[in-house]
Design a protein around this ligand. Structure first.
Ligand code: F6R
Length: 611
């Protein structure tokens, strides 16, 4: 989704803006632009270009062409109007004196545009953002903050905004509602960004803007007010992510780096939470009383985080004997969910900003549910609106396709399932001990899987030319297949579907023909014989089978399958955490061989802040 960076300070702004935008490239975009104050001329200088940020950077000679110490930059992910120079941000008002960068969607932009057109305001782009710039100018009578406030009161929808006005060269205005925006506090300078990674090189002191907030950034500092224009104080927090955690560090792709970081990320996520044979969740707000009355659990998430929820359902139901529903964020709010004060709602999100998930959280909260979120980005919107947050501590994830966030979410949700079972008295002492030991073995076992990545690369070289690939499995393996299939299709563009293998005979098997590739997942020992029957079923119809199983079943599987990927034995609670790794590597190597843009797959964005 769109990325915003703003800077006001003593140094040249354009190079800082371009560098900041390059750190937001991972979010997905199709054009870029910057606007700075041209102090000598008393005007705004705006430069935009369709395509990669490099195109803009080359045009501006790395920013050297723009002489100014304050400005805003933007990478656009098209929603209203095709990617083009004219639709790129910043969008300017008719006089050119107000420039706006925007992330989000203005829902009533058509009505506002009609109103402004009726007033004789000409438009040059198809964007909803131009409406914001024109509307601010419409209300502008010399006080820019008040004009922004009046415009925002008429705007419906989601926005993170960075605004420049040529008459106020010593300030940038920021505003947010339902789209992420952070403020950075530096020495003699201030920053604005969609995401901390854009400004981490300059400052670690940040403020997360709240919904409805407006901020005025100057070289001396930042002041905030709420939607009623009353001054408010917002917390300054220290971000402890390492600067180089958001860099490739010698790897060709962020995705590969993040796959390789998984053992470390899991150690960070799990070690502080397991001590002396017990699970420790600091500040756990789920009281014994709530747990005793807890009648159901809802898991709400999107994409890969939803797949984590699919695995979680199996674990939670088996361990806690409570009914568990898993819902997509985008469906939850339209399905009249049955949530009350006895419902635990587990919200899963890497970014903590996914709009559909956020909307579901708010609805669940209104219905009285107790919200526990599993989030990676500290201080993100979902984290802030939850009753309780469990952070995954995976570090910044830059590649669009999630890997280390998925495994840490999964490990944490599994740990939570075990903790709940312990609290509810629904797990035996033996299983509790065995499972807990497995959590401690997980990072080491994951290292063993990574060490054998050459095998996976070989399989990828055998199969990368297929046009359609099916993933089959049962229970935990089915949930794992959903993620394996998503990983493959999103970065390699190969058509792929995941099916519960028992479902094949109810329709899908008609698609299996000579040469079709089926990835058969048989890691879950309890159901291994069942998956074997399905492997025979597809083999006898001509399919090629690439299987995944544990070392115990490797030989048996190899008798039928064409190729076998193996993982070490581990407690079933953690099987999917290990099993997903060969599937991530398979997707990665296949995409590499097909020459795809792995870290920034087409049409996709990292943080999906629109509905
Ligand atoms: C796929 C992927 C997406 C995200 C989804 C939710 O690799 O990364 O499917 O899982 O957009 O994002 P979060 O977890 O940030 O809410």
């Amino acid at each position: 989704m769109c990325g915003i960076v703003g800077y006001i300070g003593q140094e040249q702004a354009a190079p800082i803006l371009l560098e900041g935008l390059s750190r937001l490239e991972y979010r997905g975009y199709d054009s870029a632009g910057v606007a700075v104050f041209d102090q000598a001329a008393g005007t705004l200088a705006v430069r935009k270009a369709k395509g990669r940020l490099q195109v803009l950077s080359d045009q501006l000679h790395g920013g050297a062409d723009l002489n100014s110490t304050a400005g805003v930059g933007h990478t656009r992910w098209a929603t209203h109007g095709a990617p083009s120079d004219v639709n790129s941000h910043p969008q300017v008002s008719r006089s050119g004196r107000i420039a706006v960068v925007h992330n989000g969607i203005i829902e009533n932009y058509a009505a506002l545009k009609t109103f402004l057109l009726d007033q004789g305001v000409p438009f040059t782009s198809e964007t909803d953002t131009e409406v914001v710039a024109q509307l601010i100018e419409y209300f502008y009578e010399g006080d820019i903050l008040s004009a922004v406030g009046r415009a925002l009161r008429r705007i419906q929808g989601a926005y993170a905004l960075g605004i420049l006005c040529a008459d106020f060269p010593d300030q940038i205005i920021a505003a947010r509602k339902d789209s992420p925006l952070i403020l950075g506090h530096g020495e003699g300078c201030s920053f604005l960004a969609s995401d901390v990674t854009a400004i981490l090189r300059h400052t670690r002191r940040v403020t997360y803007m709240e919904d409805g907030d407006l901020a005025v950034l100057t070289r001396e500092g930042i002041t905030c007010c709420n939607s009623l224009m009353q001054p408010v104080r917002r917390k300054v927090v220290q971000v402890d992510w390492e600067v180089d955690a958001a860099e490739k560090g010698g790897y060709e792709h962020f995705m590969f780096k993040e796959i390789m970081e998984q053992p470390e990320a899991l150690r960070r996520c799990l070690s502080p939470r397991i001590s002396k044979g017990e699970i420790i969740f600091e500040d756990m707000a789920l009281s014994k009383d709530f747990l005793r009355r807890m009648s159901r659990i809802y898991i709400v998430a999107c994409g890969s985080s939803y797949h984590v929820g699919m695995v979680g359902k199996y674990h939670l139901e088996r361990l806690t004997r409570r009914p568990v529903e898993v819902a997509l964020g985008s469906e939850f709010r339209y399905m009249d969910p049955i949530v009350d004060q006895h419902t635990l709602v587990i919200v899963i999100s890497q970014s903590g900003e996914t709009l559909d998930t956020m909307a579901a959280l708010r609805q669940a909260r209104q219905l009285g549910g107790h919200i526990l979120s599993i989030v990676n980005v500290v201080g993100s919107s979902i984290a802030r609106e939850s009753d309780q947050v469990l952070y995954t501590w995976a570090g910044p994830e830059i590649a669009v396709a999630t890997t280390k966030a998925y495994t840490t979410q999964l490990a944490l949700l599994s740990l939570l399932a075990l903790w709940l079972a312990r609290e509810l008295g629904t797990v035996s002492q033996e299983e509790y001990r065995a499972a807990l030991a497995a959590f401690q073995e997980l990072p080491g076992k994951l290292e063993q899987v990574l060490a054998r990545r050459d095998d996976i690369q070989y399989f990828a070289s055998k199969y990368f030319n297929h046009n359609s690939i099916f993933f089959i499995g049962r229970n935990l393996d089915y949930a794992l297949g959903l993620e394996g299939s998503l990983k493959l299709k999103e970065i390699s563009y190969i058509h792929s579907e995941a099916y519960a293998s028992g479902e094949l005979k109810h329709g899908t098997i008609s698609l299996i023909e000579e040469g079709t590739l089926v990835v058969a997942l048989g890691a879950y020992s309890r159901l291994f014989p069942k998956v074997m029957s399905n492997v025979l079923e597809v083999k006898s119809r001509g399919a090629g089978v690439l299987a995944l199983t544990t070392q115990t079943h490797q030989e048996e599987m190899a008798r039928i399958a064409d190729a076998v990927m193996t993982i070490p034995e581990i407690h079933e609670l953690l099987l999917p955490c290990l099993g997903v790794v060969p599937l991530q590597l398979f997707a990665y190597y296949v995409a590499l061989m097909r020459g795809c843009d792995i870290d920034k797959p087409r049409n996709l964005a990292k943080s999906v802040t629109v509905e």
